[in-house]
Ligand binder design. Structure first.
Ligand SMILES: Cc1cc2nc3c(=O)[nH]c(=O)nc-3n(C[C@H](O)[C@H](O)[C@H](O)COP(=O)(O)OP(=O)(O)OC[C@H]3O[C@@H](n4cnc5c(N)ncnc54)[C@H](O)[C@@H]3O)c2cc1C
Length: 406
């Protein structure tokens, strides 16, 4: 009979589960404050397809405050100052970032794995920062009424990490928040997303484009050599689309973006198209003694407006500002942990409120419409009044209650 392997045990001040934008940024910031921090990431690398690629002006501001902006922008990326929507045959400019009160007045597009690699490279230069890849947290360790660490499985066998603080930054399907029994408020999303790449040619338009036709929505992100395309479908409609067949789907794409022409043939099989399920929810309480949830683990964000990464980074900055100085001296109290939710819940509620408004007023009606559609009045206003275009730019580019690195 095999005896179970004894777990390797590690002790750190703070253990962060999840090496996404929230977890990597928090790990970097805490290590910078001299706090011993370990990030556990279940994948072998950051190379995954489900992530958004947007780096917002407020995140670029954080990079500036960290002294990393120049190095960051020297990595391959694209920039856009405007957001346009194509409704039927009309192109409407709906957002203009050029007037934002930030150093960078644009959204940068960089594959998220490059962004996370960049953060990891700079964080690793700090001896207080530790990153374990292929380490999947499976449970919390609770002792005397508080979370005292996490259990994880790694390639080398079971791992137990003991920590004064465990941070769940493990995304919208967070295992830790479930194991910790934190209650979720499900807000719901009417859509899912099909995510795919199509090559880009020199004569193509060069900006962030949303394309709308009756029953269909396509968002095209200019990634230099290719278009990252997000095709929105009504929740659960992927099966029906597959039944209609790949040629029919390609024809839909070509109809929405005629300039793609025969390039839609690059989608050779359904394996080239990833289904991403969309969730919008938030925790009633983001913490319990010894454990704090941030980013999508505390509040899953819809892709509407492309602001989830921004919010995750802002949570990390706020957490480091509030808890970093306290963690230096030892465990933090439940009241101190609750300060993070107090600071970040309002921006989260406001952002999710806007996402739900966009889902209910624009996305859902479009996905369910059969006949020709015209741009809603609010979009017409944005087109006619350039000053108004600064509002969506501010909401997307900076968001509510921007955080600054202390
Ligand atoms: C289809 C779609 C498109 C989107 N597009 C955009 C966009 O363009 N711009 C934007 O700003 N936002 C976008 N979002 C939202 C955005 O992806 C999230 O809000 C953001 O990634 C949240 O960051 P996070 O660090 O909290 O979580 P995540 O990015 O989900 O990172 C969580 C990390 O934890 C790891 N992990 C999970 N479980 C474990 C475990 N048990 N043990 C160890 N590691 C674990 C995961 O591998 C992952 O690396 C999109 C969302 C969807 C669904």
């Amino acid at each position: 009979m095999n005896t179970p392997q004894a777990p390797e045990t590690l002790h750190v001040r703070c253990c962060i589960v999840g090496g996404g934008p929230a977890g990597m940024m928090l790990g970097f910031l805490l290590a910078r404050q001299g706090i011993e921090v370990l990030v556990l990431e279940k994948h072998a690398d950051f190379l995954r397809d489900f992530r958004g690629d947007t780096i917002h002006p407020s995140t670029l501001e954080v990079m500036y405050e960290l002294g990393l902006l120049e190095a960051f922008l020297s990595r391959p990326h694209q920039q856009t100052q405007t957001v346009s929507l194509v409704v039927g045959s009309e192109t409407l400019k709906i957002g203009d970032f050029s007037h934002l009160p930030t150093r960078c007045k644009f959204i940068a597009f960089m594959p998220q794995w490059d962004f996370l690699d960049f953060l990891a490279d700079h964080a690793r230069a700090n001896p207080h920062f530790h990153l374990r890849m292929l380490a999947e947290a499976t449970d919390v360790i609770e002792e005397q009424g508080r979370v005292a660490g996490v259990k994880a499985s790694t390639q080398d066998g079971p791992l137990e990490v003991r920590a004064d603080l465990v941070v769940a930054a493990d995304g919208r399907h967070s295992v830790l928040r479930e194991q910790a029994g934190l209650e979720i408020l499900d807000i719901g999303a009417p859509m899912d997303v099909l995510w795919m790449r199509i090559s880009k040619l020199p004569g193509d338009p060069s900006q962030l484009l949303g394309r709308i036709e009756a029953g269909q929505m396509l968002v095209m992100i200019d990634r230099g050599e290719y278009w990252q395309c997000a095709y929105l479908i009504a929740k659960g409609a992927a099966g029906r689309l597959k039944e209609e067949g790949l040629p029919a789907f390609r024809a839909k794409l070509a109809g929405l973006a005629p300039f793609l022409g025969s390039r839609v043939e690059e989608l050779q099989s359904w394996d080239d198209i990833k289904l991403l399920t969309v969730a919008v929810d938030r925790l009633k309480r983001w913490s319990k003694p010894g454990l704090l949830c941030i980013g999508d683990a505390a509040h899953a964000m819809s892709p509407a407006g492309g602001v989830g990464i921004n919010l995750a980074i802002q949570d990390a900055v706020a957490t480091a500002n509030i808890l970093g100085p306290l963690l230096k001296h030892g465990p933090v109290t439940p009241e101190q942990l609750a300060l993070v939710q107090k600071r970040r819940e309002w921006p989260t509620r406001m952002t999710q409120g806007l996402q739900v408004l966009l889902q209910n007023r624009l996305i859902d009606p479009v996905l369910n419409s059969k006949g020709p559609i015209s741009a809603p009045w609010i979009i017409r206003w944005l087109t006619q009044w350039p000053l108004l275009r600064r509002i969506p730019a501010r909401l997307i580019g900076i968001g509510f209650r921007p955080e600054h690195v202390r």
